[in-house]
Design a protein around this ligand. Structure first.
Ligand SMILES: *Cc1c(COP(=O)(O)O)cnc(C)c1O
Length: 386
């Protein structure tokens, strides 16, 4: 081809040389602890299906009967004719679950964050983000056109100093549980600063819902914070809920505002109603079956004790995300490959997903893992990281 625009080979080669090239593995069959991956059976330690609901019979049955009742496509955006009684019921159930007046469904978490942040702040405003926030939160801040500032990870003093210099409306944005580190944001501090500075506060609890809190209410339940203290609460449905999509929960007025203003809400097709029906089943299980959270905590404790005995360098995480930082991308990639040869699937997370020099193995647990499987993983990690 002579048109140089289409020549991507140098960029691709560079990624390969830097050990930053990404490849997809083809999975056959449903999400489970054991996955069939390109002719191999691998023990899955990289999924976000924390409660093991992605292939739960009740969730699958609700999806099927949802398809029987509503068909497949939703036909249009929510504001045209795509908002079904299934979507509406799920929104009401999510509002009740989160203890908020209303909830609003988005088609993905990425879109929820882009849409909400860019609706809430704009030119002349400020947005303050933890530097380890999920890409969708950072991108939402950049898209908004507000003055964009990152504060040091989980550092409320740095945030306070930055807030003190801001003149105008400000929004503070943070992950509840950090997706690549597994640690929890200093939420009570963020709440205090937001109140003191009359700033907005948006918490993305993609990895806290279902996992943290007695009832799976996530990081706000973990800290015992009210709807007034965390007025904008976002969650995703593709992780512990076991399905797909996302929501923002808050006051009736906030939700009404987002319906008018969030462009990723207004200008996109509604998720299939059957997905909403499946999610209603996922939400019921997430709330009712607390044994899943208890099993997860048992696995996490078991893993951390075993890793410590082996002298593995753990991060400060009490959640289902247990990363082992190895630093170099090539080393992380090689470790992940060796683990696969031993029958374990653990993802190598590299820049730009994590800061340069902090490539890691991101180990995640689900309620369906057994203690024996965790022991087997620990033995394999011992071999590979020695
Ligand atoms: C996964 C994730 C998202 C994106 O959600 P999707 O529904 O997968 O688009 C947003 N924020 C955080 C913190 C996440 O981990």
């Amino acid at each position: 081809m002579s048109n140089r625009f289409y020549d991507f080979s140098a960029s691709l080669q560079q990624l390969e040389q830097q050990n930053l090239y990404r490849r997809r593995r083809i999975v056959d069959g449903p999400q489970a602890v054991e996955l069939q991956v390109e002719g191999r059976r691998l023990l899955n330690f990289c999924s976000n299906d924390y409660l093991g609901l992605a292939n739960h019979p009740d969730v699958v049955a609700a999806f099927r009967s949802g398809a029987d009742r509503y068909g497949c496509g939703s036909g249009a955006a929510h504001l045209i004719c795509g908002h079904s009684s299934a979507h509406h019921a799920l929104e009401q159930e999510l509002a009740a679950f989160t203890g908020r007046e209303r909830a609003l469904l988005f088609s993905t978490g990425y879109m929820a964050n882009l849409g909400a942040i860019s609706a809430l702040v704009g030119r002349g405003d400020y947005v303050f983000e933890d530097r380890l926030n999920h890409a969708s939160l950072l991108d939402g801040g950049l898209l908004s056109g507000a003055r964009f500032q990152r504060y040091r990870h989980a550092d409320s003093e740095d945030l306070q100093a930055k807030l003190a210099r801001a003149q105008g409306r400000a929004l503070i944005v943070s992950d509840g549980v950090f997706s690549m580190d597994g640690d929890v944001a200093p939420l009570p501090e963020l709440v205090r600063l937001a109140d003191a500075c009359q700033a907005g506060l948006l918490i993305d609890d993609a990895h806290g819902f279902g996992v943290l809190g007695r009832n799976g209410g996530g990081v706000v339940e973990h800290f015992g914070l009210s709807a007034e203290q965390v007025p904008i609460l976002m969650g995703t449905l593709g992780k512990a809920f076991g399905t797909f999509g996302a929501f923002v929960a808050g006051s009736a007025e906030l939700i009404e505002y987002l319906i008018q203003k969030a462009r990723t809400y207004v200008f996109t097709t509604a998720m299939p109603a059957a997905v909403a029906e499946a999610t209603r089943a996922g939400l019921r299980l997430l709330q009712a079956e607390s044994w899943r959270r208890e099993q997860l905590q048992a696995l996490i404790g078991h893993f951390r004790r075993g890793a410590e005995q082996q002298g593995l360098q753990l991060m400060d995480s009490a959640t289902a995300i247990q990363p082992l930082v190895v630093g170099d991308s090539g080393r992380a990639l090689a470790a992940s490959r060796q683990l696969a040869d031993l029958g374990f699937w653990v993802g190598a997370i590299r820049p730009p997903t994590v800061p340069a020099g902090s490539a890691r193995l991101r180990i995640t647990f689900t309620a369906h893992h057994s203690l024996q499987q965790v022991d087997a993983l620990l033995a394999a990690l011992g071999k590979v990281l020695r």
